[in-house]
Write a protein that binds this ligand. Structure first.
Ligand SMILES: Nc1ncnc2c1ncn2[C@@H]1O[C@H](COP(=O)(O)OP(=O)(O)OP(=O)(O)O)[C@@H](O)[C@H]1O
Length: 235
């Protein structure tokens, strides 16, 4: 076991007058794959931003590590950047390494490591492609590549399969299975409920407030699923 347990306690978040999360409390077990599901605008990404410390919120988020705090990695839902930037995949991954100034050519060792990372996500040989020229799925794979190396102890995935084709989704499923075996804690925002049923240990459903949580096979019944996605986000 390398990953932490995570407790959200009475988490509330508002943007101006809009209440995005209301009194949300739940716990994620150490070393588990924990899915967060819910309708668009239901507050899933906002919950992640609270966990990452990116937004001021009420309530508490606590990480309970089994030993010394480990590495936290994050693969965001999307990457915002100017598509015209002359930035290659290699430039992007090297800049995130942060070991040397971004304008210097990465060392041979760093370039080899980037190639290995890319191969792991099915992007072998694409390090010289321009980031702005990648498809949505390829961009998603690059985001996964940066999250997986160095090996994380806590991995936060915000809709990793959203832009992926079937092969890409299968790759993410394989990666998740490997992460579980390694004892990594994974918090996984996902719309594909079949994938959640197959892979997640626990699921939490959010629509601004906590709707239900438990084992996916018990909780994601047909009725619940219809109820979950037939409404817009709560006002
Ligand atoms: N910085 C912000 N300022 C104002 N409102 C925001 C901000 N960020 C998010 N919101 C609003 O908070 C609500 C919840 O958004 P959030 O992105 O957390 O939902 P989500 O469940 O991740 O949705 P999706 O599945 O569409 O990604 C939405 O109504 C969104 O417009």
């Amino acid at each position: 076991m390398t990953g932490p347990a995570i407790s959200f306690e009475s988490l509330s978040l508002s943007f101006g007058r809009t209440e995005v999360l209301r009194d949300v409390s739940f716990r994620i077990a150490a070393g588990s794959i924990h899915a967060v599901v819910g309708p668009n605008g239901g507050g899933k990404s906002s919950l992640i931003r609270c966990l990452l410390g990116q937004v001021a919120h009420r309530g508490r988020v606590m990480l309970d590590w089994p030993g010394a705090p480990g590495r936290i990695a994050y693969s965001p839902q999307a990457l915002q950047f100017d598509a015209g930037l002359p930035m290659t995949v290699q430039d992007f991954l090297a800049a995130l390494d942060g070991a040397r100034p971004a304008f210097l050519r990465p060392s041979a060792e760093s370039r080899a490591r980037i190639e290995t990372r890319l191969a792991r996500v099915g992007m072998a040989g694409k390090s010289q492609r321009r980031m702005g020229a990648l498809s949505g799925g390829e961009r998603q794979r690059v985001l996964m590549a940066q999250a997986l190396d160095p090996a994380p102890d806590l991995l936060i995935l915000d809709e990793p399969m959203a832009a992926l084709d079937e092969a890409g989704a299968a790759l993410v499923e394989d990666l998740l299975t490997g992460l579980r075996a390694a004892g990594v804690t994974v918090i996984w925002v996902e719309h594909d409920l079949d994938a959640v049923r197959r892979l997640a240990d626990r699921v939490t459903a959010l629509n601004r407030q906590l709707l239900f949580q438990g084992a996916p096979r018990d909780e994601l019944t047909a009725e619940r699923v219809i109820g979950l996605f037939s409404h817009r986000a709560a006002a």
